[in-house]
Design a protein around this ligand. Structure first.
Ligand SMILES: NC(=O)c1ccc[n+]([C@@H]2O[C@H](COP(=O)([O-])OP(=O)(O)OC[C@H]3O[C@@H](n4cnc5c(N)ncnc54)[C@H](O)[C@@H]3O)[C@@H](O)[C@H]2O)c1
Length: 387
């Protein structure tokens, strides 16, 4: 469901798109387009009413974009302060959550006020969780600044932090009140981060929209060249896909699990690399998705050649597709099985995988035998170089 706003009071700039996330009383809009950060004060005032705003961001985003956001909020007289955290996954932790929550209280954020998460998925997940628990829940606005965050983490209301036991194991479903995805912010994103986010874009084609995947195969260079029409289409199509799934299954009782395509393998690789820069989340799930299609082929679920098409596209954009593409020491099968066993999607000794019948036809398989997985991984290790 998408429409360009026509009401002059709510109108956003030319070329901008609005996607609605249909969640009844918790429904909200995702605004996508260039130049939106500079409009934030007005957008918040007209859509969410008067509220004090505290910004949570990281140093990389602050250096490039915070002045624009603060000016926009100050124009409306609603800025009470900005909290700038260290960049990186380690920030999504209890040790950062506690001072952040206290800082937000010190800034006077009350029920009815707003926390603004301004950054990538790390800031969105952490600030969103802080908003979920502050005063038993205050509203928050996502202003995602990475491609991954614009197409995935800012939409759907999953918030949380990591612990030594695993990623995202502490958290809450807390929907934002508004998402403002300013495509201009992506211009300062390192290319590697852009590629990693693109893996999530491609995921929507692979899991449910074969025509979109075919479009990406034809148009990915335009997306990476920041051609406005192509970039906006890629983000809008992705957000619409996520919004539709979240609208039908907000708390992941069923269909929402499809969004985890490539994640069971991918999380194991991320864990192996210690959630470090050695392997970004998007890179890990790129390998994971390529493997999910190879595994589906091995199990006879999809036609031969499907996995090769997926890998060929990822390789063309410069994303990894094989365990051998992980820099440094490679995990062995036992280590991967152990890491997958710790994945939170294990049920009664069986693993849950998202498999595919074809490109655009993913499904949830709850009964994958660990033996089938380890046998598959042995084969993967044997052919771990090239595509
Ligand atoms: N909540 C969800 O549904 C969901 C979904 C997918 C991923 N995630 C989470 O998202 C996180 C990954 O998010 P991410 O990939 O955005 O990582 P990130 O937030 O760490 O951002 C990546 C890097 O880019 C920098 N950066 C961000 N915006 C920038 C900009 N415009 N210009 C320059 N640098 C910029 C950041 O400082 C950081 O160094 C993980 O913790 C993952 O678990 C959550």
């Amino acid at each position: 469901m998408s429409n360009v706003m026509t009401d002059s009071q709510l109108q956003i700039c030319d070329g901008a798109r609005t996607v609605s996330v249909p969640l009844g009383t918790r429904a909200y809009d995702v605004l996508i387009g260039p130049g939106l950060v500079a409009e934030t004060g007005r957008l918040i005032a007209t859509r969410l009413g008067p509220a004090k705003c505290a910004v949570v961001t990281d140093e990389n985003v602050a250096r490039r974009h915070l002045a624009t956001l603060e000016t926009a909020l100050k124009q409306e007289g609603v800025h009470v302060g900005s909290i700038v955290l260290k960049p990186g996954e380690a920030t999504k932790s209890f040790s950062e959550l506690a001072p952040l929550s206290e800082h937000l209280l010190e800034l006077g954020i009350e029920r009815g006020d707003l926390v603004i998460a301004f950054g990538g998925g790390v800031i969105g997940d952490l600030a969103g969780f802080a908003a979920a628990i502050l005063r038993r829940g205050v509203r928050f606005v996502q202003i995602p600044t990475t491609l991954l965050a614009q197409v995935d983490s800012s939409v759907g209301g999953k918030t949380g932090i990591d612990t030594p036991q695993g990623k995202n194991l502490i958290g809450a479903f807390h929907q934002p009140s508004l998402v403002i995805a300013d495509t201009d912010t992506l211009a300062t994103l390192p290319e590697r981060e852009m590629r990693a986010g693109y893996a999530e874009v491609a995921k929507y084609g692979l899991l449910g929209d074969a025509a979109f995947f075919a479009w990406l195969e034809q148009n990915w260079k335009s997306v990476f060249a920041f051609e406005p029409a192509a970039l906006t289409k890629a983000i809008e199509t992705s957000v619409k896909a996520k919004a539709a799934i979240v609208g039908r299954d907000e708390t992941e009782q069923g269909e929402r699990a499809l969004l985890n395509l490539g994640h069971t393998f991918g999380h194991a690789f991320e864990a192996w690399c210690g959630y470090s820069d050695r392997l970004l989340h998007g890179e890990a799930i790129s390998i994971g998705m390529a493997q999910a299609f190879r595994f589906s082929e091995t199990l006879g679920a999809c036609a031969p050649g499907t996995a090769e098409r997926v890998s060929a596209h990822f390789a063309a954009v410069g994303l990894p597709t094989r365990i051998g593409d992980i820099p440094g020491a490679k995990p062995d099968v036992a280590a991967l099985m152990r890491l997958m066993g710790q994945d939170k999607k294990v049920r009664r000794g069986k693993l849950t995988f998202i498999l595919a019948r074809a490109i655009g036809e993913a499904y949830v398989a709850h009964d994958v035998a660990p033996e089938a997985v380890s046998e598959f991984l042995v084969g993967e290790m044997a052919g771990s170089s090239g595509r």
